[in-house]
Design a protein around this ligand. Sequence first.
Ligand SMILES: Cc1cc2nc3c(=O)[nH]c(=O)nc-3n(C[C@H](O)[C@H](O)[C@H](O)COP(=O)(O)OP(=O)(O)OC[C@H]3O[C@@H](n4cnc5c(N)ncnc54)[C@H](O)[C@@H]3O)c2cc1C
Length: 416
Amino acid sequence: MTQTGEARYDSIVVGSGAAGGTLARELALRGQRVLVLERGKGEPDPDSKIEPAGKANLVFIGRGVPIARGIGVGGTTMLFFNTMWDPPFDYFRSLGIDLTAEAEEARKELPVAPLSDELMGPVARRVMQSARELGYDWNKLDKAIFQDRCAPGRYPHRARWNSRYYLEEAVAHGARVVAGAEVQRILLDGRRVRGVVYTEKGERREASAERVVTAAGGIGSPQLLQASGIGSVGQGFFCDPLIVIMGTAAGVENVGEFPMAAGVHLEEEGTMMTDLPLPGATYGMMAATALRFDRLLAHSSTLAVMVKIRDDIAGRVSARKLRRIFGPDERAKLASGYRRASEILRHAGATKIFKSRVVAAHPGGTVRIGEHVDANLQTGVAGLYVCDCSVIADPWGLPPVLTLISLAKRLAKHLA
Ligand SMILES: Cc1cc2nc3c(=O)[nH]c(=O)nc-3n(C[C@H](O)[C@H](O)[C@H](O)COP(=O)(O)OP(=O)(O)OC[C@H]3O[C@@H](n4cnc5c(N)ncnc54)[C@H](O)[C@@H]3O)c2cc1C
């Protein structure tokens, strides 16, 4: 284990999720000495009820709305639904960042493709047919899945790409990944980064490096910078709130489908809709928290549509809590999405339609490009960078993983 006075690294990466895992691989491939510090556990939790291996950590914002994230090696990619959405290239160009080459590189490296017709389940097919009949440009979405390892109704963990694949390559090229290592503070030497303080198995340790990149996620990175007294970050965040609209339909049998097989992005409105057949336990939790106990046993014959909206950057992240109340525009967008999704479900033959409570899954916009970091993702401290969902500078509303992988690849080129 790294003790004070031990090896000095070229780069320390804090967090091992979508961005951290990519960065570790890219830097190690370029011959850097890399240390990845991850506060969560090394192995997936075999008892997890959430498909397939990750354990969701819930943090609550105002009025009991939970944000789900993954804490462990692989970060939130251990829970994610594997949808790969291209970065909004024009938006990033307006910030002085061209991600075209990096996104293309990632698409070549990862098993990205829409699900085959055979693997697309009956819920997704029926929802897509209904949405198309109603005039939506509803199409299959790209997924990062090894489809040759799947069968209809069977999507084992090893078939789902996650950032551990990149971490394994990083380790093969000499990187060290330490699980259960929570970074407490960034160490500075004047206005230059010097290393980090972290705890591992209750012990305080230090590691030093030329550069530190916090890739601790949209909540973790601002909290770490705040704890280190760096910048006025965390003022405002987005979280892409969503609801799931569900209804019972005769002749449907959900035997364990992969969620988000197809959908539509209504860009102007800032709304995304997809099918969302959920695992039984998650469905049960959603029905119970919506107080629809009469629907608890209806899982296998339920059609489900997710409505996710682009929310504002508002509220606050601090060390102890996240504060955020959705405003009238955001509530109106969710209500409009609910009406659209209900119509799709009714048209598909569903009855007993109900909606889940609001949940969120993409916290970000807390350490923004152009405000807290420059176009190379460097903070005001020399050698200290941020690379994760935090740096997205404007309201978002899209699946962010391919964007984060692309940003991390670009940063690695810059650092090397
Ligand atoms: C259920 C679900 C489904 C999703 N589906 C999709 C999808 O289909 N497509 C898509 O693009 N996105 C999806 N997302 C969102 C996506 O997974 C996340 O937005 C993305 O993984 C965020 O990447 P990140 O690098 O910002 O942080 P994360 O992947 O969250 O990684 C951050 C890591 O940093 C660690 N960390 C935090 N603080 C510290 C510290 N102080 N010291 C050490 N380590 C620390 C955390 O434990 C974590 O492992 C989904 C999310 C959820 C919850």
